[in-house]
Design a binder for this molecule. Structure first.
Ligand SMILES: [Zn+2]
Length: 408
């Protein structure tokens, strides 16, 4: 008996076409999409037909910037010292939440949990999305991956392990090698200060360009990707060193946006993380100095998206959710309406979370599109996301690799 399925829905948003397709059905067999044909033209037994009604069938969503290891506390010292074993269990639950929310692929950017969860999903132990995992973020001393209020030697202790601290090109190369030895798929580099670390700021560059070049050239030799979370003065050096995607890009300037467009650098804005902070931070007990930085950064982040779009930079969807109670997974879809508010069309925002995100991961030939030969990673949402981007929050049905993970 074949495992073929015929999927029928009111419209198909395929991830690349300028308009939704209507009057078509999608044929899936052996985990892949095998055809998109006029509705009713496939000879099919009744049990092979999945009728999704007035829904929109589209590629499974991709989040280019997630974290697992969510803490239950917003308080900085308590969060830092939570047991990693407990956080790993929550990470496994997060993976299931993401898949049911329609995210069939994610890039985990920071922490060993991503590697463990990725492997548990691949061996079939737990349900979850496809994962590319970064291992431990590489940070300079005093940088965004260094927790400034604990003794320096605690950073590498199993209880914390927030990153690999490296200074100078040689240590930077070694940090890359240590991560790849742990089977990281990509290297995450803190190329600027951050929002939630007290003694640095997203306007300020971290690492010298020489150090960044050492990291990129080492990662390239292993064919590992290089996402650099960067803002302000850190964006330019990250781009010039060959880093892509560059995440966050708070305080982006026009010349740097033009350089990104010229070099084909992908940009992952992560508006949702800031939006959650600005709207929820004060009431959930986030430290006042973090809330002040959220507020200071928000307008610059939104302006940066419009500036990048105008310059022709390719924008991919990432949320930066998953580290704190007020940024837990399940809300990731909200990045799509936020990108629309920042100036993208609904179709551009959907592409950011499908075909463009796939390209940013180097997976453009297998995921991110509804097209013959692509993996059958598909979702159905209630309504038409091109008319109302908010409907991507109503994911009624999820398929990953031809297997239905959430039934309508
Ligand atoms: Zn992040």
């Amino acid at each position: 008996m074949s495992d073929r399925l015929i999927l029928r829905a009111a419209r198909v948003v395929d991830g690349t076409s300028p308009e939704a397709l209507t009057g078509v059905e999608v044929v899936v067999a052996d985990g892949k999409i095998t055809g998109i044909v006029p509705t009713g033209t496939t000879q099919a037994a009744p049990e092979e037909i999945v009728d999704l009604g007035d829904r929109t069938l589209m590629p499974g969503l991709i989040d280019l910037h997630v974290h697992f290891a969510r803490t239950l506390s917003e308080e900085e010292v308590q969060r830092t010292l939570e047991r990693p074993e407990l956080r790993l269990i929550r990470s496994a639950m997060d993976a299931g939440d993401l898949l049911r929310a329609g995210f069939t692929t994610v890039r985990h950017v920071g922490g060993m949990d991503g590697i463990f969860v990725r492997d548990a999903i691949e061996e079939g132990t737990i349900p979850g999305p496809r994962i590319q995992a970064a291992g431990l973020p590489v940070s300079q001393t005093g940088g965004h991956g260094d927790i400034h209020f604990v003794p320096l030697e605690w950073i590498s202790h199993d209880r914390i392990r927030s990153g690999v601290i490296a200074d100078g090109p040689d240590e930077c190369r070694r940090a890359v090698r240590l991560n790849l030895r742990e089977s990281a798929d990509l290297i995450k580099v803190m190329a600027s200060g951050g929002v939630v670390t007290r003694r640095d700021h997203p306007r300020h560059a971290q690492f010298t360009e020489e150090e960044l070049r050492a990291i990129v050239s080492e990662a390239n030799r292993w064919e590992a990707g290089f996402p650099a979370p960067a803002g302000g003065a850190g964006i330019g050096p990250g781009v010039r060193a060959g880093g892509t995607p560059i995440e966050h890009c708070y305080f982006l300037t026009r010349p740097v946006a033009e350089l990104m467009a010229e070099k084909g650098t992908f940009f992952v804005p992560t508006l949702l993380r800031l939006h959650r902070g600005v709207t929820r931070g004060p009431e959930v007990g986030v430290s006042p100095w973090i809330n002040a930085k959220f507020t200071e950064t928000w307008d610059a982040a939104v302006e940066g998206v419009a500036m990048a779009r105008e310059a022709g930079v390719r924008i991919g969807l990432g949320t930066d959710l998953g580290l704190r109670p007020h940024t837990r997974h399940g809300w990731n879809w909200q990045e799509i309406p936020l990108l629309v508010q920042a100036g993208l069309s609904p179709m551009e925002a959907i592409r950011a979370g499908t075909s463009v995100a796939a390209e940013a991961m180097g997976l453009e030939e297998s995921i991110g599109r509804v097209a013959p030969g692509y993996l059958a990673d598909l979702i159905a949402v209630d309504g038409d996301p091109l008319a109302d981007p908010e409907v991507v929050g109503n994911v009624a049905w999820v398929m990953k690799g031809g297997v239905v993970e959430k039934a309508a």
